[in-house]
Design a protein. Structure first.
Length: 529
């Protein structure tokens, strides 16, 4: 995939974070971030890790930050909170507003971050520096698209059109895969002397990666070196990825060796993990294990994300002993494991077929004091389903419901599909009804058409009136009445000796015409009489 060089398939938070390559934009978050431009990927990892301890430091004092931060719904307006704060206290600190913007961006609440930035700019709280303009430009690009960002950039004063704002606009083009605009803008940056850092070239390599044009990535690295711009860790990592996704293992190896030979490069755990990922895909187990050893040797002992990553890779290699060893190290080093850590470890145990170990770990999580997150037990539920242990999966789902804990229709639906395949129709119906009861419009889940068709077919042949009406009643809350649903109801009513005129009238009202199948079913009534 286009994100393989992150090697983060197991981490939901990171997958979404890395998908559009926003690591490049950490340079915009504050003036101090400018000093870390040479390691954007590491900055992103560091920022992500910092969220592990978020909300652990409680403040009794009410601050503007504490007022804004709980507004977790991205659609909630923060302007009224800002206005209310100014009206009541008349004090608003620039540093706190910048902190709020940084926090909102980090948590992908871009609309609210932009709202704060625009409020700050519009109220004249301070004269925006090029860095602050770059942050706002980036947010505009994310929320409203590159055309609006382009307009904002064009309206800036000449003194604000620096490498930071030029770089922010380039990121907007790259994020929306605007190849011509990206390359044209890069040329302008070269002419103005703003393309002297690896970050600019990294953007273009990200563009080609996003477009799946991996063969063009090494050429950009070559151009960097020809222009006397030293590649950084990110430059090499994305280039190494470009060889890996093309299954050019030898090319990947040579580029890694080149990176290792650079005196200005400090090798990092992530690069070796990327290499290990491709060795695993190529079936080169020994080379993968060697790369993982090097990766672990460069891992900060408190880097929970790094531990999770290595655990996942060792699980893919079937290294149960290493998985358990690293989990022990992670627990000792990080002191408190968050839900993401438990999910990663449970996924690894499930992939290794160690469901008993998974059950023990789930009990540990339940007593950890962490907030409830259905994704944690669902990892084990999925393991049960994949092993055909549908009764255990259903029992766990029922147990969660009994405790008042949330579950998802998708999990119930998968259990229902398993029961249907086994021919256990009553259980399939019960689980499907549970799934339908949890349905929320617009949340992505839809009933499995194969399962619904199978259940309706069975009910049509031998279902009682009560059973059919109950199931169709649940189903119609999710999908509109259709011919098959009416046919099942008609069949049940005929078997039960009830009139079907009302059903036929409803069918007509729903603009569903009688077809040959309908007539065939109605003939059953005449035969029965």
């Amino acid at each position: 995939t286009k994100t393989e060089f992150w090697c983060s398939e197991s981490f939901t938070e990171l997958y979404e974070l890395f998908k559009t390559l926003p690591s490049m934009l950490n340079r915009l978050s504050s003036s101090s971030d400018m000093q870390s431009n040479r390691r954007p990927f590491e900055t992103l990892i560091r920022n992500t890790i910092s969220t592990r301890s978020y909300h652990t430091n409680r403040q009794n004092k009410v601050t503007l930050y504490s007022k804004i931060s709980p507004l977790g719904n991205p659609s909630v307006s923060v302007s009224s909170e800002l206005d209310d704060w100014v009206e009541k206290s008349s004090k608003v600190r620039v540093g706190e507003l910048q902190r709020i913007i940084h926090d909102l961006r980090k948590r992908k609440r871009f609309c609210q971050a932009l709202e704060v930035s625009e409020w700050m700019n519009g109220k004249g709280i301070c004269a925006f520096s090029p860095t602050q303009h770059a942050v706002q430009l980036d947010l505009i690009g994310r929320v409203r698209g590159f055309i609006t960002a382009e307009s904002y950039f064009n309206n800036l004063r000449d003194q604000d059109k620096t490498d930071k704002t030029y770089g922010a606009l380039l990121n907007c083009y790259v994020r929306q895969r605007q190849t011509d605009k990206s390359l044209s803008h890069l040329q302008k940056m070269k002419e103005m002397g703003f393309a002297s850092s690896p970050l600019t070239y990294n953007d273009i390599m990200c563009l080609y990666t996003n477009l799946g044009q991996y063969e063009k990535v090494p050429d950009v690295l070559t151009e960097m070196k020809e222009n006397k711009v030293s590649p950084d860790n990110f430059s090499y990592r994305i280039c190494i990825n470009s060889y890996g996704v093309r299954s050019d293992i030898e090319g990947m190896k040579k580029k890694l060796e080149e990176m290792e030979s650079q005196p200005h490069i400090v090798m990092d755990w992530n690069t070796y993990a990327v290499v290990a990922n491709f060795y695993i895909k190529a079936g080169l187990k020994d080379k993968a294990n060697d790369a993982l050893k090097k990766s672990e040797g460069r891992l900060d002992n408190k880097d929970g994300i790094g531990y999770n990553h290595l655990i996942s890779l060792h699980a893919r290699l079937g290294n149960k002993v290493e998985v358990l060893r690293l989990w022990g190290l992670e627990k000792n080093a990080c002191k408190r494991c968050i839900n993401r850590d438990y999910i990663t470890m449970l996924e690894s145990l499930v992939s290794l077929g160690e469901l008993k170990e998974g059950e023990k770990l789930l009990e540990e999580w339940e007593s950890s004091g962490n907030c409830y997150d259905f994704r944690v037990p669902n990892t084990v539920i999925v393991g049960y389903i994949e092993k055909g242990l549908f009764e255990k999966a259903e029992a766990m789902l029922e147990g969660l419901m009994g405790k008042g804990k949330a579950s998802t229709p998708n999990s119930w639906g998968r259990v229902a599909a398993g029961y249907l395949d086994k021919g256990e129709m009553e259980k399939a119906i019960a689980c499907t009804k549970a799934a339908l009861a949890l349905y929320t419009e617009g949340k992505g889940w839809k009933p499995n058409s194969k399962v619904i068709a199978g259940i309706l077919s069975s009910l049509g042949e031998k279902g009682s009136i009560e059973g059919v009406e109950s199931f169709v009643g649940s189903l119609r809350t999710v999908i509109p009445m259709n011919r098959q649903m009416y046919h099942v109801l008609i069949k049940a009513h005929i078997r039960g000796g009830k009139e079907v005129d009302g059903l036929l009238a409803s069918m007509k009202a729903d603009k569903i015409d009688e077809d040959e199948e309908t007539k065939k079913i109605l003939s059953m009534k005449q035969n029965n009489s």
